[in-house]
Design a protein around this ligand. Structure first.
Ligand code: SF4
Length: 327
């Protein structure tokens, strides 16, 4: 793996105002993403996992500048993108594409599949009719759909097939980065593995890097080289995927790992139950953000927020138990 990051995110913050204060000032701020840094390297699949409401989807959309960051730096192929204007951003979207959660909602029901999958190409360059059709056919073959799909509308397809059409559209311009937000969570269990395997195969043949966002650790583990665990707008643990399930150190990661079903029916599982709800991002707790649900919480955890510390090569954890305070 090359050391030149395709995507370099540094201390990104996204706060949303809560309306209702005096003189039209916000009365509070929703701290959806609160200082996140990571890199995605060429050819790498990087996974972001966490409960719903942890800020992972906001982070994905902020990275694509579908919503504007409050502060921080985002570099794509070495180029700072937070200060680009709309025209410059549009040109840059050739290089980064998104696969959406809901294939039904992300495909225009009035367009035929041939037009849908070549839409990005038409947006960027004048291309002849036959050339567009050839490109569409090629893309459909790559995602496992037949030529007769070209002239059909999205409603003629199953959920899994519609997601394949969405993947074909994302690949149309050979992007260097694909952001996939819950790419299989809207699909039947029986279809999920097929789509995940397809994405893995395409990553090799199209040579893109990917940022995969999911609440499901088994999906992330299946697809990603490295995994970051998010909780209440921050990353609490980051490690290569082959370390997860063996040496996770953060109590929240341990709970997520314990809940992943094992394929061995004879193996006894003991899922760790987390008490309480994820706190509100409007009023996050002081100290460690996880302390209200952590069975290992001690006094210092309620006072000072732990930062990510590298405990071994490539493995970082934000927990006082690993920073010496709790030992
Ligand atoms: Fe639990 Fe304390 Fe570690 Fe937070 S810092 S996860 S409260 S032990």
């Amino acid at each position: 793996m090359s050391q030149q990051p395709i995507l370099d995110v540094q201390d990104i913050v996204k706060y949303f105002p809560v309306a209702g204060g005096l003189w039209s000032k916000p009365k509070a701020w929703i701290k959806a993403v609160d200082g996140i840094s990571f890199q995605v390297y060429k050819g790498e699949s990087f996974g972001l996992v966490g409960e719903s409401g942890c800020g992972k989807t906001t982070l994905g959309r902020t990275i694509l500048r579908l919503i504007e960051p409050t502060s921080g730096s985002i570099k794509l192929n070495g180029r700072e993108i937070t200060r680009l204007n709309q025209r410059e951003m549009r040109a840059l979207r050739r290089d980064v594409q998104m696969i959406f959660q809901d294939p039904q909602a992300s495909l225009d029901p009035r367009m035929k599949v041939a037009s849908i999958v070549t839409e990005p190409l038409r947006a960027f360059q004048k291309t002849g009719r036959q050339q567009l059709r050839d490109r569409a056919l090629n893309l459909l073959e790559k995602v496992g759909l037949k030529a007769d799909a070209l002239d059909k509308y999205p409603h003629a397809f199953s959920g899994g097939e519609r997601q394949r059409i969405g993947i074909a559209r994302a690949l149309c311009l050979n992007p260097s980065l694909i952001v996939a937000d819950e790419p299989v969570s809207a699909l039947d269990m029986s279809i999920q593995a097929q789509v995940l395997n397809l994405l893995g195969d395409l990553k090799t043949s199209f040579d893109f890097s990917s940022l995969i966002i999911s609440h499901d650790l088994s999906v992330i583990n299946h697809m990603c080289d490295r995994i970051a665990v998010m909780y209440l707008g921050v990353i609490v643990e980051m490690a290569p995927s082959n370390m997860f399930g063996r040496i996770q150190r953060h109590p929240y990661t341990a709970a997520l790992v314990s809940a992943v079903p094992t394929p061995d029916p004879h193996k006894k599982q003991s899922p760790i139950t987390l008490e309480g709800e994820i706190p509100s991002p409007v009023n996050p707790p002081p100290g460690c953000l996880f302390h209200t649900r952590c069975t290992y919480c001690f006094e210092h955890c309620r006072v000072e927020r732990p930062t990510l510390v590298e405990i071994q090569a490539g493995h970082t954890v934000a927990c006082w138990l690993n920073n010496g305070r709790g030992l």
